[in-house]
Write a new protein. Structure first.
Length: 222
């Protein structure tokens, strides 16, 4: 399945349908607690990753310093999503306002940060989607630095690789490994169709206990 087709089909789903598909297939990927802080828009796309570490734990860097996130923005294509690991425990922004401006101008779909972010109002004014653990005003300068771009990262309890897929909305953030994406999308579409039919049955007057009976309870059985 073509990556653009996968993204297009994910955009027509929601995080719950994709999470249910992962459950049905015995896969992991759902991360709760990453809230949409700046926009109500659902996002879906391919992933570029950024791994942040405490300044004292940073590997040696040669050449001129680069601010965290800038390499990922320059590497990403329109519609892609930057995913940031900031699990240092340090209260410092893993994303900020100038980064949001740059990402929005490049046409990126959004940012997902496992850690705090700052300049939330600026991203709101851009309607640029930022999902994060929370907000802070504290700068990353002299606190955290970028260890690497486009390397495997840990978001919640999910391992995420560059080139994977993600869908994020008000319910959760759900990652899908690139190798699993075709079958996950197909399973999620089947679940979404079935739930749409159930909702229509309710509108026609069928009792909810019948609509949400044994067939619904066992819908995700492998």
């Amino acid at each position: 399945m073509d990556p653009a087709d996968i993204v297009s089909r994910l955009e027509r789903l929601d995080s719950c349908a994709v999470s249910d598909a992962l459950d049905k297939l015995g896969l992991r990927g759902c991360v709760t607690g990453l809230r949409p802080l700046t926009s109500a828009r659902r996002i879906a796309g391919r992933v570029h990753t950024v791994k942040l570490v405490a300044k004292d734990a940073a590997p040696p860097v040669s050449g001129a310093p680069r601010h965290l996130g800038t390499t990922a923005i320059e590497a990403a294509e329109p519609g892609e999503i930057i995913v940031v690991e900031q699990r240092t425990g340090i209260d410092a922004g893993s994303w900020g306002g100038i980064l949001s401006v740059g990402a929005a101008l490049k046409g990126l779909a959004g940012v997902i940060a496992d850690g705090p972010v700052r300049d939330v109002d600026e991203a709101k004014a851009l309607d640029f989607p930022v999902f994060a653990r929370g907000a802070t005003a504290r700068t990353a300068r002299d606190r955290i630095v970028e260890a690497a771009t486009d390397v495997p990262v840990a978001i919640g309890d999910v391992a995420v690789k560059p080139g994977d897929y993600v869908i994020a909305d008000a319910s959760a953030v759900v990652f899908v490994a690139a190798a699993d994406a075709p079958r996950v999308v197909e399973a999620a579409e089947a679940i979404a169709r079935r739930e749409a039919a159930m909702a229509e049955a309710l509108r026609r007057g069928q009792r909810i206990s019948e609509v949400m009976g044994a067939a619904y309870e066992h819908m995700l059985k492998k």
